[in-house]
Design a protein around this ligand. Structure first.
Ligand SMILES: [Ca+2]
Length: 355
């Protein structure tokens, strides 16, 4: 009997204790959110710590504590700490040149993850790289440091807020975010337990050289930045290539399974001008400098896709084309690739010499 009483007492005490702990945790979290604004971390300024109620619609629906802040000079981040935490942390990457706080894993907060995103240390549109000019700190932040520092700071805030560190830490990103993912895996393998690298733009220097080379071919006169190819012309190129190479994989379905197997002579495209053919031959060739290949050739296929060539290769309008031309020069300078003409880069096509 005494044993039963003792056991019941222990169970009751445990249940009460757990219940009190849950209530205390809820109260503590709400108070804890606003108190995070006074959390002191080295080289970190917390600009906002706000309890956000649950929402019925939108990307972020779970009730959470939002912590915005700045690391170092200008690495901005936004961390979401859900009221119902699953004990884990999930960081999401950004796209292009980032330039605004982006978090491709932001919806994981609805599953209970604490999640963070960063602008990688500068403010710009995703296709503008002018922020990098003569600013080594921003270049390094964007190159690899901002994601790492944001992860470290976010994990410290998570541990402070929930009174224990996350049991698992994950990262996922696509495009530039995929490149961030691989950079993390290579440089800071302790940061995350699991990493998803989607369509990783990992050879930033290589494809920046390729983009630059393409710009030179497509805009031979730097005073004339009118795109050389209309969307219809690009669709014509794509149709001819698909017609020639679709069947190589054995199935005529409009898809070239392996573009590397495709052989196509652009001189057979009778609707194109000699200048257009010349530019295409450059684009379909590897990018090289005196030391050899910098980046593989652009594969055949996808020329007529709106989100493909017009956006990333040929340009859709004059300002975009001019902007794209300027970006690779900045990237190349950052990585100190020895490309003739780029040792003293200037923002003009006439100064750039790629082989
Ligand atoms: Ca096929």
């Amino acid at each position: 009997m005494a044993t039963w009483k003792l056991l019941a007492g222990v169970v009751l005490a445990a249940a009460l204790s757990a219940g009190l702990a849950v209530r205390a945790a809820g109260q503590t979290q709400k108070q804890g959110c606003s108190s995070l604004s006074s959390l002191r971390l080295p080289d970190v300024r917390i600009s906002e710590a706000l309890a956000v109620p649950a929402a019925a619609s939108g990307q972020v629906r779970a009730a959470h504590c939002r912590v915005n802040g700045v690391i170092g000079t200008e690495i901005r981040f936004s961390l979401l700490l859900p009221d119902s935490w699953n004990g884990k942390f999930f960081m999401g990457g950004g796209g292009g040149f980032v330039g605004s706080i982006q978090n491709s894993a932001i919806t994981t907060v609805n599953q209970g993850y604490a999640t963070v995103g960063t602008d990688t240390g500068h403010e710009s549109s995703g296709t503008d790289a002018s922020w990098a000019y003569n600013n080594l700190e921003r270049q390094l932040n964007f190159g690899y440091l901002a994601v790492h520092r944001t992860a470290e700071v976010a994990k410290a805030i998570v541990a402070s807020y929930y009174s224990r560190p996350a049991s698992r830490n994950y990262f996922q990103g696509c495009s530039r975010g995929g490149g961030q993912a691989l950079m993390e895996a290579q440089r800071f393998p302790e940061d995350f337990d699991g990493i998803i690298a989607g369509a990783p733009a990992y050879d930033w220097t290589g494809f920046a050289a390729q983009m630059l080379r393409n710009m030179q071919a497509l805009f031979p006169d730097p005073k004339n930045l009118t795109p050389m190819f209309t969307p219809d012309a690009l669709k014509g190129v794509e149709s001819a290539i698909v017609a020639a190479c679709d069947i190589i994989d054995g199935v005529k379905d409009g898809i070239i399974d392996d573009p590397r197997q495709c052989r196509f002579d652009v001189d057979t495209l009778s609707s194109l001008t000699p200048a257009q053919k010349k530019a295409l031959k450059v684009i379909y060739a590897p990018t090289t400098n005196r030391e050899g290949e910098i980046h593989p050739a652009q594969p055949f296929g996808g020329e007529g896709q709106t989100a493909g060539w017009p956006t990333w290769i040929t340009g859709t309008q004059t300002p975009a084309a001019a902007g794209q031309a300027a970006q690779p020069a900045l990237c190349l300078r950052h990585r100190r690739v020895q490309v003739p003409g780029l040792q003293q880069p200037r923002l003009g096509l006439q100064h750039l010499r790629l082989q």
